[in-house]
Ligand binder design. Structure first.
Ligand SMILES: N[C@H](CCC[C@H](N)C(=O)O)C(=O)O
Length: 306
């Protein structure tokens, strides 16, 4: 069967993999919005577009391509992460675990340890259990420095800082792990609260590139509970980079140790903060669907690059 896309989820945070080597789709904002629309399109929390090989290699033959065809140079495959609103993200934890499983399943990579290039840097991946889909990713180091997130204002670490959100004052801790995050500790977290304040935080003028938001409840020194409002995607059941960000913010505030389980409505992720600051994330992924675009949808997917 002519497969155009594969769909997976990481703890209910679902993504479509569109592989330009199998069937290319121009990633215009309009196409992304249409494909991700849960009523008029296929529906997902985003698109994982790749693997892209930049060394000018002829892409592997469609279908059944293996790494020998695509990567004689041992080139690190590149991934583009597209949010449902058409914006492009620097990193996605669930997206990277899903893409790692895809690369392994399609035999683009030969070993269970490999790297993936993203806008937010190159990450190292370990397929811990290809049957169970348990993937461990080194998400890199975080920064709390305002210019590197970015957060407007004089250069500082954004830790426990006052932020007026639609007339309500919160204390926020902001950081980047490639993509930007605003963590708000509170006694009780809920979907309702995340949906109520998320859009105001995401689009707050203090965040020039917008921002992902997490409501953080610290359960004990090894467990936290978060609710997520994602930049460009809205409320999601889980988020890998948000899990890393919330765990690192809680650690920065002295509220947790280095080994943290992050609880979310979609499930749990295991976060390890190493002595050198590198952040490891381990969790499951699962494939759910593979299929083709119906001719009617195909007609609406623009081939023009604008
Ligand atoms: N919406 C995010 C990217 C996806 C993050 C999330 N799905 C994850 O698993 O990390 C952003 O614009 O930075």
């Amino acid at each position: 069967m002519d497969v155009h896309f594969k769909k997976y989820h990481g703890l209910g945070n679902d993504y479509l993999v569109i592989d330009p080597n199998v069937r290319d789709v121009v990633m215009t904002e309009a196409n992304i919005r249409l494909i991700c629309d849960r009523n008029f399109g296929i529906g997902s929390d985003g698109i994982l577009y790749g693997p892209i090989f930049d060394v000018g290699r002829a892409s592997p033959r469609a279908g059944g391509a293996s790494c020998e065809d695509a990567q004689p140079t041992g080139e690190i495959p590149r991934l583009r992460i597209l949010n449902p609103d058409g914006s492009e993200a620097e990193k996605s934890g669930n997206g990277l675990r899903i893409f790692a499983k895809y690369l392994f399943e399609k035999q683009y990579v030969r070993s269970k340890e490999f790297q993936i290039q993203t806008l937010g840097g190159t990450v190292s991946v370990q397929v811990k259990d290809d049957v169970a889909g348990m993937i461990r990713i080194n998400m890199g180091k975080v920064t709390f420095v305002s210019d590197e997130i970015p957060v407007a204002g004089q250069r500082r670490e954004v830790v426990n800082e006052a932020l007026d959100v639609n007339g309500v004052d919160f204390k926020v801790t902001c950081l980047s792990i490639g993509n930007p995050h605003c963590v708000i500790p509170m006694e009780q977290v809920s979907e309702e609260r995340a949906r109520a304040i998320g859009p105001f935080v995401e689009n707050h003028p203090r965040f020039p590139n917008r921002i992902n938001m997490q409501l953080l409840k610290v359960i004990d020194r090894a467990n936290i509970d978060i609710r997520i409002w994602e930049r460009g995607a809205g409320y999601t059941l889980a988020s890998g980079s948000s899990s890393c960000a919330a765990a690192c913010a809680a650690h920065k505030l002295g509220l947790v140790d280095n080994d943290i389980t992050v609880h979310m409505p979609g499930g749990t992720l295991h976060i390890e903060i190493m002595p050198d600051g590198e952040v490891f994330m381990t969790g499951p992924v699962e494939g759910t669907f593979e299929g083709t675009f119906h001719a009617d949808l195909q007609k609406r997917i623009s081939k023009s690059k604008v």
